[in-house]
Write a protein that binds this ligand. Structure first.
Ligand SMILES: [Zn+2]
Length: 130
């Protein structure tokens, strides 16, 4: 089993791809490149909202969890399908999603990583709840 010695912990309200990008950044890599390294065909970043954030493959989630020494369930709960909202209640293209600069600045002030919140992907998210 391959291990990622430096892997940040996911935040409770974080989008799964946000966490994967934060991990991959530690290795000057991308999530698809990490997935190849973990022994699986990569899932493309843009073309696969369903496979990445909505209902990720269980084996791939297991590989990410094991490599990062996380509980698989803690990663699986970041999947949007766990929120019991249908897939069409989300903005699937990350380029069409809003982000909140106030929250991102607050992340930096706390000395942590910027990260994307799951509720920013909701179609009705016009302004940040914070
Ligand atoms: Zn905000």
């Amino acid at each position: 089993m391959r291990l990622l010695p430096v892997a940040p912990r996911p935040f409770g309200d974080e989008l799964l791809t946000s966490w994967q990008c934060r991990v991959a950044c530690r290795y000057s890599s991308t999530p698809p490149q990490i997935e190849v390294w973990l022994g699986r065909p990569p899932t493309p970043m843009r073309a696969s909202f369903r496979a990445r954030d909505f209902q990720p493959d269980e084996d791939m989630t297991w590989r990410w969890a094991r490599a990062s020494r996380l509980n698989e369930r803690d990663l699986q709960r970041l999947a949007l399908c766990d929120l019991e909202r249908p897939e069409d209640c989300y903005v699937t293209n990350p380029l069409d999603r809003g982000v909140c600069p106030v929250c991102l600045d607050a992340d930096a002030e706390k000395g942590g990583d910027h990260y994307c919140r799951r509720n920013w992907a909701h179609v009705e998210a016009a302004v940040c709840e914070e």
